[in-house]
Every structure is written in structure tokens, then in C-alpha cells.
Design a protein around this ligand. Structure first.
Ligand SMILES: [Zn+2]
Length: 367
């Protein structure tokens, strides 16, 4: 694994700009870049200026987040903030369009890899990469100053957290999900439309399909990202009153062609979030410090435990194979694989037993 050039203090926003910015090159036609989009009647020059001034947060940069970020970066949204807790792996490459084999080989954090890729495809916009798990303790800072929040997550816990934050701050957000061949999306315009808690008061119970259990078609991802990215453009150009903003929960199965729309034009009377303003997810009630995360892995949400990778590398070397770059440290201790982040967070693969993960962490990182 190569040792990467340090970009900035880890855990903080990593603002990335290509040094040889193409817009500084007089031969590069920045004026022409958005010409086909400006020609479109719904955007125009004024719309393009609004896009340039917009600040959009994308929470989760897996398949859907990658597609959203790629579309919006090419469309000229001026500031993208990409928040993701994970690193790139080979199994991501089938659908996570911003990443390549080199990113997976280096186990680059997805937010960092995405920012680099976006800088290469549009140097005229700003990308803030945040390598962190969005939780109640950091959500204010992570989403501060954003005009709109997009959902690229893979779990309801984070979506309810985003929903509570968005409703409390009257910020629009767009729910997007895809699993198997099925895609679903909802625009939440606080004060106008239903929110996620209006429609799903509680998270789904029982067996929930995930990409790990049901697989995923990359076309289902691109469909939901295309719809959500277009709703984002409409919102930025015309505001929350835009007549063409969709006010339904839209679902589409690209394999069976079944599709449905349920009206979400009004908040549900008695909604915990919209009406009672009871933001339980922001309060982090009962939120565990250790959770299952994907297939056969556990995440430990340690914070305030800055890790010196060089020192940790030396300490772990007698116990297994260790590799680190500036962003992640990987430690293989058969049958487990621990990925450690500079703020002390860890993802432990090879177990679904939180006690085993906790004990490994305590033994090798600290209790
Ligand atoms: Zn609601």
C-alpha cells in the first residue's frame, strides 16, 4: 500500500482542489462547459448561476452517493460536501461509479477518493470530503451551511437522523434508496410535504433486504440517482415552491417494470417530527456505540481517540500483517480484519458478534 501525500488534518474537512486547475488554463473552455445545460429551458443562464452558488451535502458515498455526486458535479453545483464513513473495496466497483481499482487497492476512504475523482472531472467546483460516520454528535457541524441534503446512505438509522435534522432546521432533503432491482425516492420539503417519519413512523422491522443479502443492479442505482439529482436541480433553480418538484413517494422496479406513486403532498397529522417536533434521533436516544455494519462486520464508534498510525503500526506488527496510509490503517489478525480511522473509529470484518469486536478493539487499540 502506498503512503499517500497528506492533504490535511484527518477527520476535518479535506478541501480538495487540483493544483493544475483546468479553469486556470486559457485553452480550456469553461464558458462552454455548461452550454448544453444552459440551453435547456428549465435551467438557463440564471439557473446555472444558482447551481454555481448552491451547497449540497451528500451523506453516504456508495453507489447512490457516487452517482449523485458525479451528476451534480458535472452539472456545476458549486459546492459538494461528501460525508462517508467507509473505504473503497473491490466489491464496490460494480456500481460505485466514482471509484477505480487503484482506490480499492489503497483502501482509500470513499469521501477522499470521490473528491479526487470529482476534482479531475470538474476543477471549477469545490468538494469538501468528510471521512466520518454521521451521528447526532457531529451532524450540526457536518451539515452546517448546506442548502439541501441528499441521501446516499444504506440504513434507516442515518436517514431518520437526517430527517430529524432537516425538519428541525427546515432544510429540504431527498430520500433515495435502491436494493436488488428496486428504487425508491421521496422529496422532503419541511413545512410543505410529508417527511420520512410521516410515511414510515418506525424503521422497518424483521428481515430488511440489503445489497448484501439481495444484491443490487447498478441500473436501479442510476435510476434513483438520476431522479433525485434532477429534483435537486429543480429545487436549486426554482426553490421549494417549484411546481414541478415531485410530491410523491416514487418507486420503480427496473426488472419487473412495476412502479407506484403515493402522494406525500401533506404532512401526516400527529407526525412525531413534523407536528410534535420530537426529534428523538437527534437526541441519539439509545444509540449504540457499536453496530453491525454490512455483511459480517461490526463498526466501533469510538471518538476523541486520535490514533498515531506510525506508532500503532509498530505496536500491531508482532500480532499480524499491518498496512497504513494517511487515511486508514489495516490490521489482519486471522480470521479478522480491522480497519482503523484516525479518529479511533474501527470497522472489524470477520464477525457479527459485537462482543468479539469490542474485545479485539480493547486488546489491540485500547479499551
Ligand atoms: Zn413528518
Amino acid at each position: 500500500m502506498t503512503c499517500l501525500a497528506r492533504e490535511e488534518a484527518f477527520g476535518d474537512s479535506v478541501e480538495t482542489k487540483t493544483p493544475q486547475a483546468a479553469h486556470g488554463n486559457p485553452s480550456f473552455g469553461q464558458d462552454d462547459r455548461y452550454s448544453r445545460q444552459v440551453l435547456f429551458h428549465g435551467i438557463g443562464l440564471e439557473g446555472q448561476r444558482k447551481l454555481a452558488a448552491a451547497r449540497v451535502a451528500i451523506v453516504g458515498c456508495g453507489a447512490t452517493g457516487s452517482a449523485l455526486a458525479g451528476l451534480l458535479a458535472r452539472a456545476g453545483v458549486g459546492t459538494l460536501r461528501i460525508i462517508d464513513r467507509d473505504y473503497v473495496e473491490p466489491s464496490n466497483l460494480q456500481r460505485q461509479s466514482l471509484f477505480d481499482e487503484a482506490d480499492a487497492l489503497e483502501s482509500l476512504p470513499k469521501a477522499v477518493a470521490a473528491a479526487r475523482k470529482i476534482n479531475a472531472l470538474n476543477s471549477g467546483i469545490q468538494v469538501d470530503a468528510k471521512v466520518e460516520d454521521l451521528i447526532p454528535a457531529n451532524i450540526e457541524g457536518a451539515l452546517e451551511g448546506c442548502d439541501l441534503i441528499l441521501d446516499g446512505t444504506d440504513n434507516f438509522e442515518t436517514r431518520y437522523l437526517i430527517n430529524d435534522f432537516a425538519v428541525e432546521h427546515s432544510l429540504p432533503w431527498i430520500y433515495s434508496a435502491a436494493v436488488g432491482s428496486y428504487a425508491v425516492t421521496l422529496n422532503v420539503l419541511p413545512g410543505q410535504t410529508a417527511c420520512l417519519a410521516c410515511i414510515f413512523p418506525d424503521s422497518p422491522q424483521g428481515i430488511v433486504e440489503t445489497c448484501e443479502t439481495s444484491g443490487i443492479l447498478n441500473s436501479a442505482v442510476n435510476l434513483v440517482a438520476s431522479i433525485s439529482a434532477t429534483e435537486t436541480l429543480k429545487y436549486i433553480v426554482a426553490g421549494a415552491s417549484a411546481a414541478r418538484l415531485r410530491r410523491t413517494l416514487l418507486s420503480f422496479d427496473v426488472w419487473t417494470n412495476e412502479h407506484a406513486e403515493i402522494s406525500t403532498a401533506e404532512p401526516r397529522p400527529g407526525c412525531r417530527a413534523c407536528e410534535r417536533r420530537d426529534f428523538i434521533h437527534l437526541a441519539g436516544v439509545g444509540r449504540p456505540h457499536i453496530t453491525l455494519c454490512g455483511r459480517n462486520s461490526v463498526q466501533i464508534h469510538e471518538r476523541q481517540r486520535p490514533i498515531d498510525f506510525a506508532a500503532m503500526d509498530r505496536r500491531l506488527r508482532p500480532h499480524g500483517l499491518v498496512r497504513h496510509n494517511d487515511f486508514v490503517l489495516k490490521f489482519w489478525h486471522e480470521p479478522y480484519e480491522m480497519t482503523l480511522f484516525p479518529d479511533g473509529r474501527a470497522i472489524i470484518k470477520g464477525t457479527t458478534d459485537t462482543a468479539v469486536a469490542r474485545s479485539l478493539y480493547a486488546k489491540y487499540v485500547g479499551s
